[in-house]
Write a protein that binds this ligand. Sequence first.
Ligand code: GLC
Length: 389
Amino acid sequence: MRRDGTPFAFTCPSPRRYQHQWSWDSCFHAVAWSHLEPERARAELRTLVRAGRPDGFVPHTAFWQASPRWRRAPFYATANYRGDAATESIQTPLLPVAWEYAGGATAEDLAALEAHAAWLIRERDPDGDGLITILLPDESGLDDSPKYDQVFGRMAHWKPGYARLVQRCRRAGWSAATLTRTTDEHVEDVLMNTAHALSLRALARLTGDAAWDAYAARTEAALVDRCWDEQRGLFFDLAGRDERRVEVSTWSSLAPLALVNLPVEIRTRVAEEHLLHPRRYLARFGVPSVSMEEPSFRPGFNAYRTWRGAAWMNTAWLLTGGLRALGADDEADTLAQGALDAVERSGYREYYHPRTGAGHGEQRFGFATLALDLPTGFCPSGPRVARSA
Ligand code: GLC
């Protein structure tokens, strides 16, 4: 129970370093819980929605136990410095995907999901092109990915200037309409939009309302029309007012492989030319978060630079699903096994060295338990777990 009497229940991403509730972590926790105790999955997802607002906003981080202390407060994307219950920023939207795993969504749960999808479309797609925008690099969950270096420069997540970026968003009232009109530090992000499209498809299945399918189709078409680089065979983010392509190969460039409504030729190219390419993404232990060919590829430990090459469990989870949808089951099995071997070797860690399987960052890290779902892997047309409502 929060001090104001609001009940909450969620799994901390890691008991030592990450004690708050993070949006996409909770969705991954729910996927894992759906295999063990679906009721806990549902409680976690309901808690996340409760941290949001009736207009459909769902925060990146919710501070249930206590607000951030003064030293950390300037770096949290909040409305004020003190007493905030949650951030004003968002994180990769996966709630409907997680609800499909958890099962047993009530009419009230579904209404909240619809409000959230509508909020994203209304508030985060100011130019109406079907692609939602992020205002901070960590809104995608890929905080310090090298793809953001050239976009955010000295305000990148791992630089001191990040506090200035947060402050500017505060002054603009977190309005994407204002910030996309007046600044260049914002991104139509491929991973974010892949998750958005997956969620809209899941929402259409959960509610039976085909209108959500139409929104998903619009986002998928925009990814192909605007982000797909035919020459490189990769998807790239669009940054700033002139929507320039950010041509850095990170796992986000491969994420649309999980969108089964994309043309099969495109998905096959992503799989063959990148994911399964031994010099690019094919590693012994999971999927590196940056192409091994990129000059910025750094797979080892660094406390503040964690998405610059290391393999995280969600990369393997999402992309295994994409491979299976292509009928590449043997390749998907090998990839899943590599990620499971990393867990066998190093436990449930925040991230792993893709070549050695050494575990880095936090121990007993929540979203590494996606490993429980890895043998099947994410299923883009709805999960395969047996559920009890
Ligand atoms: C780090 C990760 C982010 C995650 C959070 C909580 O900031 O980059 O993806 O959501 O930790 O685990």
